[in-house]
Design a protein around this ligand. Structure first.
Ligand code: GAL
Length: 717
């Protein structure tokens, strides 16, 4: 056949076979405002399955119903060669957020990503600790692919020959506006599986779509109260006496402390792990854990899941080991129930059952050069790829189970998660240490259904130490991770007092943090999140000159849509905007969304729908409160209140507008809230003739009540 005729034949063949495999999706409403379609033949082992996620139905019902947010005929699926080709439409003015825990960009339009659980290596290419296959659009909808595979995403980069809105053709010879990245009107994905479940989340706002996703996951996690206090991770070979001494020095110096993290040295051997206490460093683990508990300090233990041949549990683990090892340790197939019995039984024995409060689950992310390879074979028959995408999820699920069966909440750390994991009480961390990128990750965590801590480890200068500490206090876990450096909050004497003030502020704000986490659980609202989810944010006029090129959406749709990309300020709970300072900065710009905003510390008006420049001094991290904003505070205690302990509340009120706030209360330690043993009490504040009139609704009989005396403080004159 001549070459020309052969090419035509090939084209026709592909068009026809492509057509044959194209599938019209049927959308079924699975929850109010959430639809599911099944493309091809999805695999049985998927993300929601691995996570064991059960939707928080009551929360979704409360949100009510909404319209299917996209033109259904524009969502296209084709199965070719055992892979799923998926396409979602994209409008000219849409911006995209999400696709997991990215570190350098908030806007995702224009990116090509491979969603792959991995140790973050400094590049936003999809390889990250939590590559959730979930995105939301500025148009107010979300999409989630429930598949435990490495999904390739073209987030507004691929251009189709049959596009009804193709990019303008330009001549590179003569047109200086020619662009190597022409306009694309779709989000396309290649899923390396013969099918997948696809979920669409309705709005009308982007926040609504995020909330629905979190609620589908079961609602966000609700940590125990103590989890929101301060935690110190000690140097890796610290012994029992050292742990006790550490706790004592926090108490003597007056720094708050709720839990201490022990790093690898608590075990007789690590990398691979034995999961047995080192007898020389910890001769009486139970005694230590219990003595610390008497001082209201809990113990958290570092592990990685790679079992040493010298571990007492090894012979029982061996039958469930994958074909390949990590640091010579066995990789347990924890998708097998019998394997779980042995492995999680080991984590329980002499650890959870002697009072250890939680785990730091390390190394479940990557990287490729030391983790099990994709050619590894697991006894369950699940692929190495599926195990890579879900191992962190499953570790969180089953460790949490050890606590759940004791009706005890835990709060810990993990280095990998994925779609379906929003309800797990774990915070992601890593070994990367860029303060700015840590803040961008904190912003993106709110789009990925996870929590992230910009942990503080060591610093070159007192300034850096304080700046990092300030951001850390406004994050899901206030922590110094001194596993290598042995640093303490007071390591830099020049700023030791300021650090103490920040740690105290964290404790004072506990009623606020706890209420905001309750909203994460019951309403799906991420406690730490992007400005893009804040009403009035896109109304702010940016001071930067918007050049003709930037507003040319035809050329650069992702350059300037709902505004400049903002990755250095974020919302913390309902009422607070945080604008961290970085080393070397003396001033910075802060974008205040439309509506009046007040200085957190002084209550003075800071601005309204504008960009301000602030020079806060080294002592302060710029923080602003919304008009009518209420921040419930408690006295600065050294440890979180215990179950049932009553604490006085100072209600701080900012601005002019009437303030309404829902103060959450429960026992702070058990899962009884799932049986209705909780309350949201209404705090109301109004200003009349320059006077403040505040009230709190009565405690509900038979519900836990930890609220002592309530006072009101007018922050704005
Ligand atoms: C790393 C982890 C650190 C620390 C260290 C101990 O993998 O990211 O935070 O725990 O292990 O060896």
């Amino acid at each position: 056949m001549p070459l020309f005729r052969y090419s035509i034949f090939c084209c026709l063949f592909f068009i026809i076979t492509g057509k044959l495999n194209a599938q019209q999706l049927t959308w079924t409403q699975v929850e109010p405002g959430i639809w599911k379609a099944v493309a091809g033949k999805p695999e049985a082992f998927d993300l929601l399955n691995a996570a064991g996620a059960i939707p928080y139905h009551a929360g979704l019902v409360q949100m009510g119903n909404t319209e299917f947010p996209l033109p259904k005929t524009e969502i296209k699926v084709t199965i070719i060669d055992g892979k799923t080709y998926l396409r979602f439409p994209l409008d000219r003015t849409e911006q995209l957020y999400g696709f997991g825990l990215n570190f350098q960009t908030v806007h995702q339009r224009g990116k090509v990503l491979t969603l792959h659980v991995d140790n973050y290596a400094g590049k936003d290419d999809g390889h990250t600790h939590c590559p959730t296959p979930f995105y939301v659009s500025s148009k107010g909808y979300g999409v989630f692919i429930n598949c435990a595979r490495y999904i390739k995403v073209y987030a507004g980069t691929a251009v189709r020959i049959d596009s009804s809105t193709p990019p303008e053709i330009k001549d590179r010879n003569t047109d200086k506006d020619w662009n190597a990245h022409p306009y694309s009107d779709g989000v396309e994905m290649l899923i390396p599986a013969e099918g997948a479940e696809i979920y669409v989340f309705g709005g009308p706002t982007t926040m609504d779509a995020v909330r629905r996703y979190n609620l589908l996951n079961g609602g966000g996690c609700l940590p125990p109260r103590w989890g929101l206090g301060f935690t110190q991770r000690v140097q890796r070979l610290t012994d029992a006496a050292g742990v006790a001494a550490e706790a004592d020095s926090f108490a003597e110096k007056g720094y708050p402390l709720d839990f201490i993290g022990l790093e690898p040295g608590w075990q007789s051997k690590s990398y691979p792990c034995t999961y047995e206490w080192d007898k020389t460093r910890f001769p009486d683990p139970k005694g230590l854990v219990q003595n610390m508990l008497k001082k209201d300090i809990r113990i958290n233990l570092w592990i990685n899941p790679y079992v040493s041949p010298e571990a007492p549990v090894y012979p029982l683990i061996k039958p469930y080991a994958a074909s390949h090892t990590v640091w010579n340790g066995a990789v347990v197939d924890i998708s097998i129930p019998e394997a779980r019995k042995v492995f999680f039984g080991e984590l329980e024995k002499n650890k959870v059952d002697i009072g250890v409060s939680g785990y730091k689950i390390d190394e479940v992310d990557g990287g490729d050069t030391y983790l099990w390879p994709d050619v590894a074979i697991f006894p369950s028959g699940r692929s190495a790829e599926q195990m890579r995408q879900t191992y962190g999820l499953m570790m969180q699920r089953y460790v949490t189970g050890l606590y759940r069966k004791r009706n005890q909440r835990t709060y810990g750390l993990v280095r990998a998660s994925n779609g379906g994991g929003a309800s797990f009480p774990y915070v992601i961390y890593n070994d990367y240490y860029n303060h700015q990128d840590f803040i961008t990750a904190l912003i993106n965590s709110g789009f990925a259904g996870v929590l992230w801590t910009p942990e503080v480890r060591a610093s070159k200068t007192a300034e850096e130490w304080l700046r990092r500490f300030q951001s850390n206090v406004f994050s899901p876990m206030a922590m110094i991770n001194a596993w290598a450096s042995g640093t303490k909050p007071w390591t830099f004497p020049e700023v030791a007092e300021q650090v103490k003030q920040m740690a105290n502020l964290r404790m004072q704000m506990m009623p606020y943090w706890y209420s905001e986490f309750a909203k994460y659980h019951f309403q799906g609202i991420p406690p730490f999140r992007a400005m893009n989810l804040e009403p009035g944010f896109s109304d702010v006029k940016m001071p930067e000159k918007i050049t003709k090129k930037q507003v040319n959406l035809e050329e650069n749709p992702y350059e300037d849509l709902s505004g400049k990309e903002i990755k250095d300020q974020y919302m913390a709970g309902e009422n607070i905007l945080v604008a961290p300072m970085f080393t070397g900065q003396t001033s910075r710009k802060v974008i205040l969304p439309k509506g009046r905003w007040y200085d957190f510390y002084t209550g003075k008006l800071a601005g309204d729908g504008e960009v301000i420049t602030v020079t806060p001094g080294l002592d302060k991290i710029p923080v602003y409160v919304k008009d009518g904003g209420i921040i419930p505070m408690m006295p600065a205690m050294l440890h979180a209140p215990k179950a049932g302990q009553k604490v006085d509340i100072e209600v701080r009120y900012y601005g002019e507008k009437p303030g309404n706030y829902k103060l959450y209360d429960d026992d702070g330690e058990t899962f009884n809230y799932e049986k209705g043993e909780y309350s949201f009490r209404d705090i109301k504040v109004e200003k009349a003739n320059g006077k403040i009139i505040g009230s709190i609704s009565d405690a509900i009989a038979a519900k836990p009540n930890t609220v002592g005396k309530v006072t009101f403080k007018m922050m704005t004159d």
